[in-house]
Design a protein around this ligand. Structure first.
Ligand SMILES: Nc1ncnc2c1ncn2[C@@H]1O[C@H](COP(=O)(O)OP(=O)(O)OP(=O)(O)O)[C@@H](O)[C@H]1O
Length: 264
């Protein structure tokens, strides 16, 4: 089977964006202590994904999911290790990333599509489908700076799902948009999955990961805590050794998303 993604011993370190007092900075320098200025958002992460597999990426807030997706999509480079991908990548990583507020929805569709590797002819032929999926109505020809956050998300997602790609990345698509739009997104992602495209799907909704994915990777403070069966991953997240399960409790919003995924 062809390998689609290789993530090999990848680490990413960030600097705390704090504003310490001059006294604190001098104290740290005198002690030669730089450890509290940086932290590893990803720490020696390794895995491989065969073409066509659908991976659910799970983990608590701040565990490194979005950072990992940025490395896979090439938006960011790792400090250590390497990420190899095969083919064209599309998806929604940061809602509205690359949109220009002063340009209309129509102009941004062309701009965004070009950024995702589509030619003008390709975009021309898919334009009606993209506009109809986004369903922003008469706002298509108004500047996106005046869009609501949901409308922004619709436009970005709509372009992303119409790109012919080999790897599709979806970060928290259920976090934006209203229920009819979420339903439409899940349906479209199911089609993408069934068409043999490799999918990386981040969600806090266990039900939707169950529905959409063949395998789950759980990040735990920047490390791979679990990699394997989706049900086992959900158990890992819910029962991490404590008797209580504060981390695993799903919000009612996540539960509604689970129910929505089950309808698709
Ligand atoms: N550009 C950056 N500069 C500094 N710190 C960053 C940067 N990007 C992410 N981080 C930090 O890295 C850690 C991992 O963030 P990331 O967004 O990858 O987590 P996540 O698992 O996607 O979280 P969530 O579920 O809340 O979306 C967090 O502590 C975050 O504050």
């Amino acid at each position: 089977m062809t390998t689609s993604i290789v993530v090999e011993n990848v680490s990413k370190t960030f600097r705390y964006q704090s504003h310490p007092t001059l006294k604190k900075v001098l104290q740290n320098r005198l002690r030669g202590d730089r450890s509290n200025q940086t932290f590893k958002a990803l720490d020696a992460v390794s895995f491989e994904v065969p073409q066509g597999q659908s991976i659910g990426l799970m983990g608590l807030n701040g565990s490194g999911k979005s950072t990992l997706l940025k490395l896979v999509s090439g938006v960011m480079v790792p400090d250590e290790g390497q990420v190899l991908t095969r083919g064209r990548i599309s998806g929604l990583i940061a809602t509205g990333a690359g949109f220009h507020n002063e340009l209309s929805g129509r102009e941004n569709i062309y701009m965004n599509a070009a950024m995702l590797g589509m030619t003008k002819d390709e975009t021309d032929s898919k334009f009606d489908d993209i506009a109809s999926f986004a369903d922003v109505g008469r706002f298509l020809d108004t500047p996106v700076g005046n869009y609501s956050s949901g409308m922004f998300a619709r436009l970005g997602f709509s372009v992303a799902v119409h790109v012919d790609c080999d790897i599709f990345i979806a970060d928290e698509v259920l976090a934006v948009g209203d229920r009819p739009f979420k339903r439409k997104c899940l349906k479209r992602m199911k089609e993408i999955r069934e068409s043999g495209i490799t999918m990386f799907y981040v969600s806090h909704s266990a039900g939707s990961v169950k529905k959409m994915c063949d395998r789950a990777i759980v990040l735990d403070k920047g490390k791979v805590g679990f990699d394997g069966d989706v049900d086992e991953a959900i158990k890992y997240l819910h029962y991490d050794g404590d008797d209580e399960e504060p981390d695993g409790e799903e919000s009612s919003e996540d539960e509604r998303d689970d129910a929505l995924a089950n309808d698709i």
